[in-house]
Design a protein around this ligand. Structure first.
Ligand SMILES: C[S@@+](CC[C@H](N)C(=O)[O-])C[C@H]1O[C@@H](n2cnc3c(N)ncnc32)[C@H](O)[C@@H]1O
Length: 395
């Protein structure tokens, strides 16, 4: 294609999310709209008409979410020429427009998966212990961090006029914001100052270290939890770098390993189940169904969530019932903890239904994936399955 001059350039104004949604039988929730908007941004459209904000609360929320999270295209909303319409429309698109035009920070630090999780009604976050923090009413740093990530941008200033032990300011520092706090009690002012200083010291030793939370050191069990969070944070950083969404990362990993993704959204005819990808290996061109389980989020990622685990098990079971020779790879951001109920349930489906379950950023897992693409073996490589389980289930 020849290079076009700017006067020849076609400007694309996409109305899928407004006009398209008004087609009979179509209804999109905020998550689906965000997903489509992300794809439109990737396609390089110039404008996205994200909805009709005055039409309903759902439309308003969708436009607001898209204006907050999507970078690249200009985000618009539809409005009639009435003050009420225009005000509501401006309210919805303001997060993107105002920030950029006034030169205020506008860089989001939340992955799309985290954004989606944060829009759920119930947040699951591990509890904090008063004795560990030294304040009678502490809460986990993860809680203000999620709110800060969701409602502010990197380099913004967070004000906590009731600073207490400083959990909010620790969260602000951890997510790349500055913080200012006040408290009536000088002891809390000192404690908060100390915690923020410790947080900054850990950050100076690398971002991952900031997740060890040595300022909250306590029982062995909790320390193990924090180490695990440090590990998760490193995975999240890589996820964000790699393109944000678990399904995108899975697709990239399949390609890197030597698979060809022949179909995205591979359904099983008549069974109402579909898998994110159908891929063929490079060795023999044999088909593999690929499921992507869970998201890259800091709390309960991947198959650590019961609903994700059981959805994956259900789909695997339907696939095995429909086609006993089908091979299913499950790619996840996190496998269930070894020996947990979830781990036992996953192993119980054995060779029928599950060929291998692979953590996306586990080096050994990625090697197994490459082994399947280049060798098309009939038995999985030990890793998720032990040698004995490979023998027992795949004979
Ligand atoms: C539950 S703590 C706040 C926790 C804190 N936002 C954090 O992120 O860790 C409430 C704090 O508000 C302080 N406080 C109460 N009244 C206040 C006031 N009028 N001005 C400043 N601080 C006040 C208390 O001393 C107490 O430490």
């Amino acid at each position: 294609m020849s290079q076009s001059t700017s006067s020849e350039r076609v400007i694309i104004f996409d109305t899928t999310l407004r006009d398209g949604e008004q087609s009979p039988g179509i209804s999109l929730d905020v998550g689906e709209k965000l997903e489509i908007a992300e794809q439109l941004a990737r396609l390089g459209v110039d404008y996205i008409e994200a909805g009709f904000p005055i039409a309903s609360q759902g439309d308003f929320e969708a436009v607001h979410a898209i204006a907050s999270a999507i970078e690249g295209p200009t985000i618009c909303g539809l409005s009639r020429t009435a003050h009420k319409d225009i005000d509501r429309c401006w309210e919805a698109i303001e997060p993107a427009a105002k920030r950029r035009t006034t030169g205020l920070p506008a860089e989001s630090t939340i992955t799309t998966d985290e954004f989606m999780e944060a829009t759920l009604d119930v947040w699951r976050i591990d509890a904090e212990q008063a004795t560990r923090v030294g304040h009678p009413a502490p809460f986990p740093v993860e809680l203000p961090r999620r709110l800060i990530d969701l409602y502010t941008y990197r380099d913004d200033v967070v004000l906590d006029p009731f600073m207490g032990s400083g959990s909010t300011l620790v969260a602000a520092a951890r997510s790349g914001r500055s913080g200012v706090g006040y408290d009536l009690d000088p002891e809390f002012v000192a404690l908060a100052g100390q915690r923020v200083a410790e947080e900054r010291k850990r950050q100076a030793h690398g971002l991952g270290a900031s997740w060890r939370r040595a300022d909250q050191a306590g029982t062995g069990r909790q320390e193990a939890l924090f180490d695990e969070q440090a590990e998760q944070e490193a995975v999240l950083d890589r996820a964000a770098e790699a393109g944000k969404k678990a399904a995108d990362i899975a697709e990239a990993l399949l390609g890197e390993a030597g698979f060809e993704v022949v179909k995205a959204g591979a359904g099983l005819r008549g069974l109402g189940v579909s898998f994110p990808f159908l891929a063929t290996d490079a060795a023999e061109g044999r088909p593999w169904y690929v499921d992507v389980a869970g998201t890259f989020t800091t709390s309960r990622p991947g198959m650590r969530r019961n609903d994700v685990l059981w959805r994956t098990l259900g789909r695997a079971h339907v696939l095995a019932a429909a086609d006993e020779d089908a091979r299913l790879l499950v790619l996840t951001s996190k496998l269930p903890r070894a020996g947990s109920d979830g781990d036992r349930a996953l192993r119980a489906i054995g060779g029928r239904g599950l060929f291998d379950a692979i953590e996306m950023f586990d080096e050994d897992g990625r090697e197994r994936l490459a082994g399947y693409a280049t060798g098309s073996p009939d038995r999985p490589l030990p890793g998720f399955w032990s040698d004995a389980e490979v023998e027992r289930h795949f004979g």
